[in-house]
Design a protein around this ligand. Structure first.
Ligand SMILES: [Zn+2]
Length: 426
Protein backbone atom coordinates (compact mmCIF):
# COMPACT_ATOMS: atom_id res chain seq x y z
CA UNK A 1 0.00 0.00 0.00
CA UNK A 2 1.54 3.32 -1.05
CA UNK A 3 1.14 5.95 1.65
CA UNK A 4 2.66 9.34 2.42
CA UNK A 5 5.19 7.46 4.55
CA UNK A 6 6.21 5.23 1.63
CA UNK A 7 5.15 1.70 0.74
CA UNK A 8 3.67 0.18 3.86
CA UNK A 9 1.94 -3.03 4.89
CA UNK A 10 -1.69 -2.28 5.74
CA UNK A 11 -3.86 -4.26 8.12
CA UNK A 12 -7.55 -3.39 7.78
CA UNK A 13 -9.91 -4.12 10.65
CA UNK A 14 -13.59 -3.67 9.75
CA UNK A 15 -16.27 -3.45 12.42
CA UNK A 16 -19.93 -2.50 12.71
CA UNK A 17 -22.24 -1.43 15.49
CA UNK A 18 -25.98 -0.91 15.57
CA UNK A 19 -28.54 0.30 18.06
CA UNK A 20 -32.04 0.71 16.67
CA UNK A 21 -31.84 2.97 13.63
CA UNK A 22 -28.24 3.84 14.47
CA UNK A 23 -25.90 1.81 12.28
CA UNK A 24 -22.24 2.67 12.11
CA UNK A 25 -19.35 1.07 10.27
CA UNK A 26 -15.73 1.59 11.22
CA UNK A 27 -12.79 0.70 8.99
CA UNK A 28 -9.53 0.84 10.91
CA UNK A 29 -6.37 0.92 8.80
CA UNK A 30 -3.12 0.10 10.57
CA UNK A 31 -0.06 0.96 8.49
CA UNK A 32 3.31 -0.63 9.22
CA UNK A 33 6.00 1.16 7.25
CA UNK A 34 9.56 -0.13 6.65
CA UNK A 35 10.99 3.38 7.01
CA UNK A 36 9.54 3.60 10.53
CA UNK A 37 9.89 0.05 11.84
CA UNK A 38 9.00 0.84 15.44
CA UNK A 39 5.84 2.74 14.56
CA UNK A 40 2.25 1.90 13.66
CA UNK A 41 -0.09 4.49 12.08
CA UNK A 42 -3.83 4.22 12.74
CA UNK A 43 -6.58 5.79 10.62
CA UNK A 44 -10.27 5.14 11.19
CA UNK A 45 -13.06 5.89 8.72
CA UNK A 46 -16.61 5.92 10.06
CA UNK A 47 -19.61 5.50 7.76
CA UNK A 48 -23.20 6.19 8.68
CA UNK A 49 -25.18 3.15 7.47
CA UNK A 50 -28.40 4.35 9.14
CA UNK A 51 -31.23 6.25 7.50
CA UNK A 52 -30.97 9.45 9.54
CA UNK A 53 -28.13 11.90 10.25
CA UNK A 54 -25.70 10.85 12.95
CA UNK A 55 -24.16 13.49 15.20
CA UNK A 56 -20.48 12.79 15.95
CA UNK A 57 -19.11 14.80 18.84
CA UNK A 58 -16.09 12.79 20.04
CA UNK A 59 -13.78 10.27 18.37
CA UNK A 60 -11.26 8.35 20.47
CA UNK A 61 -8.20 6.69 18.90
CA UNK A 62 -5.09 4.78 20.01
CA UNK A 63 -6.36 4.33 23.55
CA UNK A 64 -3.68 2.70 25.69
CA UNK A 65 -2.92 1.61 29.20
CA UNK A 66 0.68 2.32 30.21
CA UNK A 67 1.98 -0.07 32.83
CA UNK A 68 5.73 0.14 33.23
CA UNK A 69 7.57 -2.81 34.80
CA UNK A 70 7.51 -2.54 38.56
CA UNK A 71 11.15 -3.42 39.00
CA UNK A 72 12.27 -0.19 37.32
CA UNK A 73 13.46 1.97 40.18
CA UNK A 74 13.40 5.34 38.48
CA UNK A 75 9.71 5.51 37.65
CA UNK A 76 8.03 6.85 34.57
CA UNK A 77 9.01 10.06 32.86
CA UNK A 78 7.00 11.95 30.31
CA UNK A 79 7.28 14.49 27.52
CA UNK A 80 3.99 16.37 27.15
CA UNK A 81 3.76 18.30 23.90
CA UNK A 82 0.93 20.51 25.08
CA UNK A 83 1.43 24.26 25.50
CA UNK A 84 -0.89 24.78 28.42
CA UNK A 85 0.57 26.97 31.10
CA UNK A 86 3.28 29.58 31.00
CA UNK A 87 6.41 28.05 32.51
CA UNK A 88 5.07 24.50 32.82
CA UNK A 89 7.75 21.90 32.16
CA UNK A 90 7.33 19.75 29.08
CA UNK A 91 9.52 16.97 30.51
CA UNK A 92 9.00 15.67 34.05
CA UNK A 93 8.66 12.53 36.19
CA UNK A 94 5.01 11.50 36.00
CA UNK A 95 3.54 11.97 39.49
CA UNK A 96 1.62 9.06 41.05
CA UNK A 97 -1.54 11.10 40.66
CA UNK A 98 -1.78 13.18 37.51
CA UNK A 99 -4.45 14.16 35.04
CA UNK A 100 -4.35 16.55 32.11
CA UNK A 101 -6.70 16.92 29.15
CA UNK A 102 -3.88 18.26 26.97
CA UNK A 103 -5.70 20.27 24.30
CA UNK A 104 -3.49 20.63 21.21
CA UNK A 105 -3.79 23.02 18.29
CA UNK A 106 -6.20 25.21 20.23
CA UNK A 107 -6.45 28.55 21.94
CA UNK A 108 -6.16 28.05 25.69
CA UNK A 109 -5.80 30.55 28.50
CA UNK A 110 -3.28 33.39 28.21
CA UNK A 111 -0.29 33.59 25.95
CA UNK A 112 0.00 29.86 25.20
CA UNK A 113 -1.66 27.22 22.99
CA UNK A 114 -0.81 25.13 19.96
CA UNK A 115 1.73 22.52 21.04
CA UNK A 116 3.49 19.51 19.53
CA UNK A 117 0.88 16.75 19.15
CA UNK A 118 3.00 14.07 20.79
CA UNK A 119 3.13 12.63 24.32
CA UNK A 120 5.89 10.26 25.32
CA UNK A 121 6.44 8.00 28.33
CA UNK A 122 9.64 6.14 29.19
CA UNK A 123 11.21 4.40 32.13
CA UNK A 124 14.85 3.88 31.19
CA UNK A 125 14.23 0.52 29.53
CA UNK A 126 11.51 1.30 27.01
CA UNK A 127 9.50 4.27 25.83
CA UNK A 128 6.17 4.69 24.08
CA UNK A 129 4.85 7.78 22.32
CA UNK A 130 1.39 8.65 20.98
CA UNK A 131 0.22 11.47 18.75
CA UNK A 132 -0.87 12.27 15.23
CA UNK A 133 1.14 12.90 12.07
CA UNK A 134 -1.11 15.34 10.23
CA UNK A 135 1.20 18.05 8.86
CA UNK A 136 -1.43 20.74 9.38
CA UNK A 137 -2.51 22.04 12.77
CA UNK A 138 -5.31 19.83 14.06
CA UNK A 139 -7.46 20.60 17.09
CA UNK A 140 -7.25 17.50 19.30
CA UNK A 141 -6.72 16.28 22.83
CA UNK A 142 -4.12 13.76 24.05
CA UNK A 143 -5.20 13.31 27.67
CA UNK A 144 -3.29 11.42 30.32
CA UNK A 145 -4.68 10.13 33.59
CA UNK A 146 -2.93 8.00 36.17
CA UNK A 147 -5.09 5.17 37.44
CA UNK A 148 -3.02 3.42 40.04
CA UNK A 149 0.43 4.01 41.37
CA UNK A 150 2.19 2.79 38.26
CA UNK A 151 -0.45 2.78 35.58
CA UNK A 152 -1.86 5.45 33.31
CA UNK A 153 -4.31 5.74 30.43
CA UNK A 154 -3.95 7.92 27.36
CA UNK A 155 -5.61 8.33 23.96
CA UNK A 156 -5.94 10.69 21.02
CA UNK A 157 -9.28 12.47 20.79
CA UNK A 158 -10.94 14.73 18.23
CA UNK A 159 -14.30 16.46 18.60
CA UNK A 160 -15.64 16.89 15.06
CA UNK A 161 -19.12 18.22 16.05
CA UNK A 162 -20.54 17.20 12.69
CA UNK A 163 -23.75 15.50 11.59
CA UNK A 164 -22.98 12.63 9.21
CA UNK A 165 -25.72 12.25 6.62
CA UNK A 166 -26.75 8.68 5.69
CA UNK A 167 -23.96 7.15 3.61
CA UNK A 168 -21.45 9.88 4.56
CA UNK A 169 -18.03 9.11 6.00
CA UNK A 170 -15.69 10.74 8.48
CA UNK A 171 -11.96 10.02 8.56
CA UNK A 172 -9.88 10.63 11.67
CA UNK A 173 -6.43 12.22 11.77
CA UNK A 174 -3.69 9.63 11.37
CA UNK A 175 -2.74 8.64 14.90
CA UNK A 176 0.50 6.83 15.71
CA UNK A 177 2.17 4.78 18.38
CA UNK A 178 5.94 4.36 18.43
CA UNK A 179 8.22 2.46 20.80
CA UNK A 180 11.82 3.41 21.47
CA UNK A 181 14.89 3.24 23.67
CA UNK A 182 16.21 6.10 25.73
CA UNK A 183 14.23 9.22 26.48
CA UNK A 184 11.84 11.31 24.38
CA UNK A 185 14.53 12.34 21.88
CA UNK A 186 14.09 9.24 19.72
CA UNK A 187 10.29 9.55 19.70
CA UNK A 188 10.42 13.20 18.62
CA UNK A 189 13.06 12.40 16.00
CA UNK A 190 10.70 9.74 14.58
CA UNK A 191 7.80 12.21 14.61
CA UNK A 192 9.96 14.80 12.86
CA UNK A 193 11.02 12.24 10.21
CA UNK A 194 7.39 11.31 9.58
CA UNK A 195 6.56 14.97 8.95
CA UNK A 196 9.53 15.39 6.63
CA UNK A 197 8.51 12.25 4.73
CA UNK A 198 5.27 14.10 3.96
CA UNK A 199 7.06 17.13 2.52
CA UNK A 200 7.21 19.33 5.62
CA UNK A 201 10.42 21.33 5.57
CA UNK A 202 11.94 23.13 8.50
CA UNK A 203 13.50 26.57 8.21
CA UNK A 204 17.24 26.55 8.49
CA UNK A 205 18.12 28.52 11.57
CA UNK A 206 20.73 31.22 11.44
CA UNK A 207 23.92 30.73 13.43
CA UNK A 208 23.59 34.31 14.58
CA UNK A 209 20.57 33.30 16.64
CA UNK A 210 23.03 31.93 19.14
CA UNK A 211 24.42 35.40 19.70
CA UNK A 212 22.94 37.74 22.29
CA UNK A 213 19.74 39.52 21.26
CA UNK A 214 18.44 42.68 22.91
CA UNK A 215 14.85 43.80 23.42
CA UNK A 216 13.67 47.39 23.56
CA UNK A 217 11.48 46.10 26.39
CA UNK A 218 14.51 46.80 28.55
CA UNK A 219 13.30 50.41 28.46
CA UNK A 220 9.75 49.41 29.31
CA UNK A 221 6.62 49.57 27.22
CA UNK A 222 7.33 52.96 25.83
CA UNK A 223 10.92 53.00 24.67
CA UNK A 224 12.10 56.03 22.70
CA UNK A 225 14.44 55.86 19.69
CA UNK A 226 16.96 58.13 21.46
CA UNK A 227 17.26 55.62 24.31
CA UNK A 228 18.13 52.92 21.79
CA UNK A 229 20.64 55.10 19.93
CA UNK A 230 22.35 56.01 23.19
CA UNK A 231 22.81 52.31 23.91
CA UNK A 232 24.56 51.47 20.63
CA UNK A 233 28.08 51.59 22.14
CA UNK A 234 26.92 49.12 24.80
CA UNK A 235 25.44 46.77 22.17
CA UNK A 236 28.79 46.76 20.39
CA UNK A 237 30.65 46.12 23.61
CA UNK A 238 28.43 43.11 24.34
CA UNK A 239 28.52 41.74 20.79
CA UNK A 240 24.79 42.30 20.25
CA UNK A 241 23.78 42.25 16.59
CA UNK A 242 19.98 41.72 16.69
CA UNK A 243 17.45 44.08 18.24
CA UNK A 244 13.81 43.21 18.83
CA UNK A 245 11.69 46.34 18.62
CA UNK A 246 8.73 45.52 20.81
CA UNK A 247 6.18 47.16 23.11
CA UNK A 248 5.05 49.36 21.77
CA UNK A 249 6.26 50.53 18.42
CA UNK A 250 2.81 50.13 16.80
CA UNK A 251 -0.33 52.23 17.10
CA UNK A 252 -3.03 49.53 17.13
CA UNK A 253 -2.74 45.74 17.11
CA UNK A 254 -4.15 44.92 13.68
CA UNK A 255 -3.03 48.12 11.92
CA UNK A 256 0.66 47.80 12.87
CA UNK A 257 1.60 51.34 11.90
CA UNK A 258 4.42 53.07 13.80
CA UNK A 259 3.18 55.27 16.63
CA UNK A 260 2.93 58.87 15.51
CA UNK A 261 3.81 60.20 18.99
CA UNK A 262 7.04 58.21 19.02
CA UNK A 263 8.20 58.09 15.41
CA UNK A 264 6.16 60.81 13.74
CA UNK A 265 4.67 58.03 11.59
CA UNK A 266 6.05 55.55 9.10
CA UNK A 267 9.00 57.68 7.94
CA UNK A 268 10.40 57.95 11.46
CA UNK A 269 10.28 54.20 11.96
CA UNK A 270 12.06 53.57 8.66
CA UNK A 271 14.64 56.10 9.72
CA UNK A 272 15.26 54.22 12.96
CA UNK A 273 15.77 50.92 11.13
CA UNK A 274 18.14 52.65 8.67
CA UNK A 275 20.08 54.28 11.51
CA UNK A 276 20.52 50.91 13.23
CA UNK A 277 21.66 49.37 9.94
CA UNK A 278 24.35 52.04 9.68
CA UNK A 279 25.70 50.75 12.97
CA UNK A 280 25.56 47.13 11.83
CA UNK A 281 22.49 46.31 13.91
CA UNK A 282 19.54 44.25 12.66
CA UNK A 283 15.94 45.02 13.60
CA UNK A 284 13.03 42.68 14.22
CA UNK A 285 9.70 44.41 14.80
CA UNK A 286 7.57 42.47 17.29
CA UNK A 287 4.44 41.15 15.58
CA UNK A 288 1.40 39.13 16.49
CA UNK A 289 0.00 38.72 12.97
CA UNK A 290 -3.66 37.87 13.53
CA UNK A 291 -4.28 40.05 16.61
CA UNK A 292 -6.66 43.02 16.30
CA UNK A 293 -7.58 45.32 19.18
CA UNK A 294 -11.29 46.09 19.50
CA UNK A 295 -12.82 48.20 22.25
CA UNK A 296 -15.77 45.81 22.70
CA UNK A 297 -13.40 43.20 24.19
CA UNK A 298 -12.28 44.37 27.66
CA UNK A 299 -8.67 45.58 27.88
CA UNK A 300 -8.06 44.34 24.34
CA UNK A 301 -4.30 44.44 23.78
CA UNK A 302 -3.59 45.84 27.26
CA UNK A 303 -2.22 42.56 28.50
CA UNK A 304 -0.09 43.75 31.38
CA UNK A 305 -1.11 45.45 34.57
CA UNK A 306 -0.62 49.16 34.21
CA UNK A 307 1.53 49.00 37.36
CA UNK A 308 4.94 50.26 36.40
CA UNK A 309 3.71 51.64 33.13
CA UNK A 310 4.05 55.40 33.24
CA UNK A 311 0.81 57.24 32.66
CA UNK A 312 0.67 58.34 29.06
CA UNK A 313 -0.80 61.50 27.59
CA UNK A 314 -4.57 61.13 27.01
CA UNK A 315 -4.19 60.76 23.23
CA UNK A 316 -1.76 57.87 23.69
CA UNK A 317 -4.01 56.13 26.23
CA UNK A 318 -6.86 56.52 23.76
CA UNK A 319 -4.79 55.05 20.92
CA UNK A 320 -3.84 52.03 23.01
CA UNK A 321 -7.45 51.09 23.70
CA UNK A 322 -9.11 52.21 20.45
CA UNK A 323 -10.58 49.80 17.91
CA UNK A 324 -8.11 49.21 15.06
CA UNK A 325 -8.96 50.72 11.69
CA UNK A 326 -8.86 47.27 10.09
CA UNK A 327 -11.67 46.14 12.42
CA UNK A 328 -13.71 49.27 11.73
CA UNK A 329 -13.38 48.89 7.98
CA UNK A 330 -13.39 45.09 7.64
CA UNK A 331 -15.23 43.61 10.57
CA UNK A 332 -16.19 40.72 8.29
CA UNK A 333 -12.52 39.60 8.24
CA UNK A 334 -12.58 38.63 11.93
CA UNK A 335 -13.05 35.18 13.46
CA UNK A 336 -16.47 34.65 15.06
CA UNK A 337 -17.66 32.06 17.55
CA UNK A 338 -20.84 29.97 16.96
CA UNK A 339 -22.96 32.78 18.46
CA UNK A 340 -21.57 35.33 16.01
CA UNK A 341 -19.46 37.10 18.64
CA UNK A 342 -15.78 37.89 18.14
CA UNK A 343 -13.67 34.95 19.33
CA UNK A 344 -10.79 36.31 21.43
CA UNK A 345 -7.18 35.15 21.32
CA UNK A 346 -4.32 36.01 23.71
CA UNK A 347 -4.38 39.52 25.14
CA UNK A 348 -8.13 39.55 24.54
CA UNK A 349 -7.60 40.56 20.94
CA UNK A 350 -9.95 39.72 18.10
CA UNK A 351 -8.33 37.71 15.30
CA UNK A 352 -8.11 38.06 11.54
CA UNK A 353 -9.14 34.78 9.94
CA UNK A 354 -6.14 33.22 8.13
CA UNK A 355 -8.55 31.05 6.09
CA UNK A 356 -10.46 34.02 4.64
CA UNK A 357 -8.60 35.21 1.51
CA UNK A 358 -9.08 39.00 1.96
CA UNK A 359 -7.81 38.80 5.55
CA UNK A 360 -4.95 36.51 4.57
CA UNK A 361 -3.91 38.84 1.74
CA UNK A 362 -3.91 41.73 4.20
CA UNK A 363 -1.60 39.82 6.57
CA UNK A 364 0.81 39.10 3.72
CA UNK A 365 0.80 42.79 2.81
CA UNK A 366 1.65 43.70 6.41
CA UNK A 367 4.65 41.36 6.31
CA UNK A 368 5.82 42.82 3.00
CA UNK A 369 5.47 46.35 4.34
CA UNK A 370 7.81 45.55 7.22
CA UNK A 371 10.38 43.67 5.18
CA UNK A 372 10.26 45.36 1.78
CA UNK A 373 9.17 48.93 2.55
CA UNK A 374 10.68 49.44 5.98
CA UNK A 375 13.66 47.14 5.36
CA UNK A 376 13.32 45.38 8.68
CA UNK A 377 15.50 42.27 8.89
CA UNK A 378 12.61 39.99 9.83
CA UNK A 379 9.93 40.10 12.47
CA UNK A 380 9.64 38.59 15.87
CA UNK A 381 6.38 36.68 16.00
CA UNK A 382 5.16 36.27 19.51
CA UNK A 383 2.06 34.76 21.08
CA UNK A 384 1.33 33.26 17.64
CA UNK A 385 0.45 29.67 18.36
CA UNK A 386 -3.00 29.10 16.93
CA UNK A 387 -6.37 30.78 16.34
CA UNK A 388 -9.91 29.76 17.36
CA UNK A 389 -12.22 27.83 15.03
CA UNK A 390 -14.09 30.28 12.81
CA UNK A 391 -17.88 30.24 12.45
CA UNK A 392 -18.11 33.52 10.50
CA UNK A 393 -20.82 32.78 7.91
CA UNK A 394 -19.28 35.33 5.51
CA UNK A 395 -16.20 33.10 5.13
CA UNK A 396 -18.09 30.02 3.87
CA UNK A 397 -15.63 27.64 5.49
CA UNK A 398 -15.81 23.96 4.79
CA UNK A 399 -15.09 23.39 8.49
CA UNK A 400 -14.77 25.84 11.42
CA UNK A 401 -11.26 24.44 11.84
CA UNK A 402 -10.14 25.78 8.45
CA UNK A 403 -8.82 28.80 10.37
CA UNK A 404 -6.66 26.57 12.60
CA UNK A 405 -5.34 24.50 9.70
CA UNK A 406 -4.55 27.43 7.44
CA UNK A 407 -2.66 29.59 9.93
CA UNK A 408 0.55 27.84 8.85
CA UNK A 409 -0.10 28.69 5.18
CA UNK A 410 0.48 32.34 6.01
CA UNK A 411 4.16 31.70 6.42
CA UNK A 412 4.59 29.94 3.10
CA UNK A 413 4.00 33.03 0.98
CA UNK A 414 6.74 34.33 -1.31
CA UNK A 415 8.89 36.27 -0.97
CA UNK A 416 9.52 34.48 2.23
CA UNK A 417 10.60 36.95 4.85
CA UNK A 418 13.27 35.96 7.24
CA UNK A 419 11.29 35.10 10.30
CA UNK A 420 12.18 34.49 13.87
CA UNK A 421 10.05 33.15 16.62
CA UNK A 422 10.33 31.63 20.04
CA UNK A 423 11.17 28.21 18.77
CA UNK A 424 14.16 29.31 16.77
CA UNK A 425 15.40 31.38 19.67
CA UNK A 426 15.37 28.61 22.26
ZN1 LIG B 1 -13.01 32.44 9.00
Amino acid sequence: MHTKLGDCARVTVPSRASDGDLRLERTLDIDLCPSFPQTAVFTATYKNLGSSPLQINRVVQVSQAIEPPNQEPKGLWTFQGVSLLWGRDTVFALPASFRSENPMGQVVAREVGGGIPVNDYWNGRVGLATGHIEPEATACWIPIETQSERSARTHLETRPQVALAPGETLTTPRGFVTVHHGDFYEALATYSSMLRAQGVTFLKYSESLYHPIWWTYAFGHNFRPAEVYNSIPKFKELGIEWLILNNRWWDHYGDWMPRPDKFGGEAGFKEMIARLHQDGLKSLPWWMPCGVQVSELPRSGLYNDPVGRPKQPPEVEKMMSATAHVALQHRDWLIQDPQGKLAPISRNLAALCPAYPPARDYLVQLAKRMIVDWKADGFYMDVTFTVPPCYNPAHHHHSPYDSVRQLGDLFRHKPQPRTLNHFQLI
